[in-house]
Design a protein around this ligand. Structure first.
Ligand SMILES: Cc1ncc(COP(=O)(O)O)c(C=O)c1O
Length: 371
């Protein structure tokens, strides 16, 4: 009988993405322009205009294979972040780079360290490939418990994932903690710092540490602050190009297309678009915190530095399935905590977006009938 090599490929859990707006249009007849889509961490201002123009200009290139290593994009990234082009690998979204890292650096049965909860794809890719996820539980209000994380490094994981800001809590990993992890990691351990949401923290992140630590790789994406989630481009960087070379060998050959390359190269220059998104997100973080402070049935989990935050459900008569469905009926899509492993049924992850959408979310929460 023909069967997959790993049982997780048959019955393992797959990723549950944020719902598309069409779902509410089709299910509840809510007009598209009255829907607040707050479950996929997308850019409040949409696509980078520079990227859009660049893509429009290269439509004719669709008949031509792209340069298979994304050389021009790697060069642009290298200039921007002070690494060499050989120290950069590009993927069809950062997600692809995560999958490559797991395949290349952890063998079957070998441990891959991550927080619980965390971005589900670390765990999903690891189990699909028969690698072994190992978790560091987060503390009260999603404290990263970095001392425990450091203790866990003693078990010599092959890969140690850190997410900064962390998904789903938005907690920022301090530069000092990234240093501590790189220094404490056993020589077999690759430290992978996922900075998908770093722009929204209003810090430069820890890319500069690539100069100091040869066991560090930093991952980023064009999906968030550049507004290019539908284009699908992400990348990994290391100051130690030898860590990147296996990923380039392993990747599907032409994994980044002509339109992706042109859009990403232009998007990387679009500082104005990034700044606009960051400004909106930071303003709305303060606004929503203020508005939620007076709520008794819900609470904003503090200290998010990302473009989303966790809402804790305080009312014991409610859980995240109930609130998620009730919000849908009111035209608001969020992420149900039950769909993020390790988060449980008392939380929702909610994007920070335009004020009109945040007001839809706040009004919907206030509108939920008592049970
Ligand atoms: C922490 C984290 N890393 C990576 C990604 C994936 O990014 P991309 O769209 O580039 O695949 C996400 C997307 O939700 C994420 O939350």
């Amino acid at each position: 009988m023909i069967s997959p090599s790993v049982s997780a490929l048959v019955d393992g859990e797959v990723y549950v993405p944020g719902l598309p707006a069409d779902h509410l249009v089709d299910t509840y007849g809510i007009p598209a322009d009255q829907i607040a889509k707050l479950g996929s961490a997308e850019n409040p201002h949409g696509t980078s205009p520079l990227a859009r123009r660049a893509v429009e200009q290269v439509l004719d290139r669709m008949s031509i294979y792209p340069e298979w290593t994304s050389r021009q994009l790697r060069e642009a990234i290298a200039r921007r972040y002070g690494v060499t082009p050989e120290g950069v690998v590009c993927g069809s979204g950062e997600t692809e780079v995560i999958a490559l890292v797991i395949r290349a650096y952890a063998g079957p049965g070998e441990p891959v360290l991550m927080h619980a909860p965390c971005f589900p794809l670390y765990r999903i890719f690891a189990t699909m490939e028969n690698r072994k996820p190992v978790y560091v539980p987060m503390g009260k209000d999603f404290n990263l418990e970095m001392d425990h994380y450091l203790d866990a490094l003693a078990s010599r994981p092959k890969i140690a994932f850190l997410t900064s800001p962390h998904n789903p809590s938005g907690q920022l990993v301090s530069e000092a903690d990234v240093r501590r992890v790189c220094e404490a990691a056993h020589e077999d351990t690759l430290v992978v710092l996922d900075e998908a949401y770093i722009h929204y923290s209003e810090t430069e992140g820890s890319v500069h540490l690539l100069r100091n630590y040869s066991n560090l790789m930093v991952l980023r994406t064009f999906s968030k602050a550049y507004g290019l989630a539908g284009l699908r481009v992400g990348f990994g960087m290391s100051g130690n190009a030898a860590l990147i070379e296996p990923l380039r060998r392993l990747k599907p050959t032409w994994n980044v297309g002509q339109l992706q390359l042109a859009g990403a190269i232009a998007g990387l220059q679009d500082d104005a678009h990034v700044a606009r998104a960051v400004k909106t997100v930071v303003e709305m973080r303060g606004y929503v915190a203020q508005q939620m402070a007076s709520m008794t049935r819900f609470r904003m989990v503090p200290h998010s530095r990302a473009n989303f935050f966790l809402t804790e459900i305080l009312d014991p008569a409610l859980d995240s399935d109930i609130v998620f469905e009730e919000l849908l009926k009111r035209g608001v899509i969020v992420k149900n905590g039950n769909h993020i492993e390790g988060l449980g049924s008392r939380y929702l992850r909610v994007d920070l977006n335009l004020k009109v959408h945040m007001d839809r979310f706040l009004n919907a929460l206030n509108d939920l009938p008592a049970r």
